[in-house]
Ligand binder design. Structure first.
Ligand code: ADE
Length: 224
């Protein structure tokens, strides 16, 4: 999968996109991430990418010209499955959306800032608008990282133990069951006997019951 991220704050991506699973997925050649600084596409002598809103009001709006220049250049080189705009008024990200987007070959993620982007960007250049939750972030960058991470871990071969993405919370609309590791007894806080019984089928059954129990208690909405 190739992900092109368009942002005014490219430095924000340096840490999160170069650690852990994302880093390994790039090293394995399974993922390419290209960060594009929107200011590189500004024709303004001060490299400005925003302007005042028509009609007045507080807050700057990202202009259409640099965004169109960047997206057009990318589209000339690569065929994209979706051009995504991260915005609090987009469709809510959930596991089923992540599952289907993870099948994409090439994606553009556009990060908004300030008061957002000129509406004509959304009307003419964007194919999908995604929100990561009902709260407002200072920009789309953190949302783009959340989205990218949720997709990358689903790509076959990215996780060492491939079944582990399948046992995540929300796959099957269930939360994940509790997990434990050694020591089996710590300050008299013990691990459920069943998990150290060596009885695989019973462990599996216990995990299913726990997942259902947890979901009923914490997220009954997932059970429909
Ligand atoms: N940009 C600002 N807030 C956001 C959110 N909640 N989701 C996606 N993009 C955003």
């Amino acid at each position: 999968m190739r992900i092109d991220i368009i942002t005014c704050l490219p430095e924000l991506f340096e840490g999160p996109m170069n650690q852990s699973i994302v880093k390994r997925s790039k090293e394995k050649g399974l993922v390419e991430i290209h960060i594009h600084n929107l200011r590189d596409y500004s024709t303004d002598k001060h490299r400005r990418v925003d302007d005042y809103a028509f009609g007045g009001g507080a807050g700057m709006v990202l202009s259409i010209e640099p965004i169109d220049a960047c997206i057009s250049k990318l589209k000339n080189e690569v065929k994209y499955d979706e051009v995504v705009y991260l915005t609090p008024d987009g469709e809510g990200l959930n596991q089923s959306m992540a599952n289907s987007l993870s099948l994409s070959k090439n994606l553009i993620l556009l990060c908004g800032h300030y008061k957002g982007v000129d509406q004509r960007v959304r009307d003419h250049l964007i194919t999908k608008e995604i929100s990561i939750g009902d709260y407002v972030l200072s920009g789309g960058e953190l949302a783009a990282m959340v989205l990218a991470d949720s997709l990358i871990r689903l790509i076959p071969g990215v996780l060492n133990d491939e079944s582990s993405a399948l046992s995540d919370s929300f796959q099957d609309n269930l939360l994940a069951p509790p997990v434990y590791t050694r020591p089996a007894n710590y300050k008299d806080w013990t691990v459920p006997d069943i998990l150290i019984s060596g009885h695989e089928a019973k462990v599996e059954q216990w995990r299913n019951e726990q997942a259902l129990e947890r979901t009923k208690k914490r997220r009954p909405d997932l059970l429909g």
